[in-house]
Design a protein around this ligand. Structure first.
Ligand code: SF4
Ligand SMILES: [Zn+2]
Ligand SMILES: [Zn+2]
Length: 321
């Protein structure tokens, strides 16, 4: 297989794009694609301050590398979840994120939940009994809350995450099977900010997972291979497997599914179920919440404090940056 641009030996064949490229042309092509989508969906500009959500995985480290290559002003935020899984998942992902930032001269902010607030995510899940003791619900709540707070405290214009096309179509499939109108209306490459919420963008929303793996390997980026141990058996992973089978049989299925969804949305298919919830500032921490009073994050830590005295009396006043 030869590179379509120069005729040298190709290192990747992307059947979905009918495109094979050599190392040099692939490493130029992928950042160009990402920049195209950043501009197309009006995610952010070169003069804005970007907060990159870094997990130590290939998508976030690869994207951070691409943003730097493209000249964007992106600082990282790593959230320490205290997840061990027998193999030190959080320790390893933090060490790889810190090593990457150091090697590339990038600023990485670290918020370790246990150090700041006195309990790990798995402990929180058991004590608060949110999500029937499974950690994903409290994990999601804390990540959303902390990213937004750091973005506002640090005057960032936008939060960027490494969700790739495979992630987006797996969620899309789940939402379509459940006809979850509200979620479908909210699924987008970019979510505008306002009312105390920072803008959120997903520059990899049209990039295949396999394309990110290839980018990291060819760039020599070291990332954590293991998935979070709590992701095992999730419905998202099941949908990813189903979609991989469809993609093998018909290359381009995932991209077609996602792009058609965005077109349908643009044509107003989900307009009637668009989220029109009014947000209020939390009485304690000031972060936006859908119901007046205290937000779910403040209430959750209050409950945990009854059991764990290491939790500060006013977690909302602990400074993050
Ligand atoms: S799979 Fe792991 S990282 Fe993802 S939400 Fe669940 S606990 Fe958090
Ligand atoms: Zn080439
Ligand atoms: Zn609050």
């Amino acid at each position: 297989m030869k590179c379509r641009k120069c005729g040298e030996k190709a290192v990747i064949n992307m059947r979905q794009h009918k495109l094979a490229l050599c190392r040099e042309h692939y490493l130029a092509w992928l950042p160009e694609q990402v920049e195209r989508f950043i501009e197309k969906y009006k995610m952010f500009t070169h003069t804005e301050k970007v907060l990159m959500a870094v997990s130590g995985g290939k998508d976030s480290l690869g994207l951070w590398h691409i943003l730097k290559t493209l000249g964007y002003n992106a600082e990282g935020l790593y959230i320490g979840l205290g997840i061990d899984g027998g193999a030190g998942y959080s320790d390893e992902s933090r060490a790889l994120s810190e090593a990457f930032a150091k090697e590339h001269g990038l600023i990485l902010h670290v918020v370790d939940i246990e150090q700041k607030y006195g309990a790990t995510i798995p402990e929180l899940a058991v004590i608060s009994n949110r999500g029937q003791g499974k950690p994903c619900s409290v994990c999601g709540l804390n990540k959303r809350y902390l990213f937004n707070r750091v973005a506002l405290e640090g005057n960032f214009d936008v939060i960027v995450t490494g969700h790739n096309l495979d992630d987006e179509v797996a969620v899309l499939m789940q939402n379509t099977f459940n006809w979850a109108g509200g979620y479908l209306a909210r699924q987008a490459p970019v979510l505008p900010g306002g009312a105390g919420l920072a803008r959120k963008a997903k520059p990899l929303c049209r990039i295949y997972e396999r394309e990110m793996t290839a980018y990291c390997l060819l760039q020599g980026i070291e990332y954590i291979y293991a998935e979070c141990p709590h992701a095992e058996g999730s419905t998202t992973i099941y949908y990813k497997e189903v979609l991989n089978q469809m993609e093998t049989d018909r290359p381009g299925t995932k991209l077609q599914y996602y792009v058609s969804f965005l077109e349908a949305k643009k044509a107003g298919l989900f307009a009637s179920v668009e989220d029109k919830a009014v947000l209020h500032p939390c009485d304690r921490c000031g972060q936006p919440t859908s119901a007046p009073g205290e937000c779910a994050w403040c209430r959750m830590w209050d409950r945990v404090r009854l059991v764990k005295t290491t939790v500060p009396v006013s977690p909302e006043s602990v400074s993050l940056l």
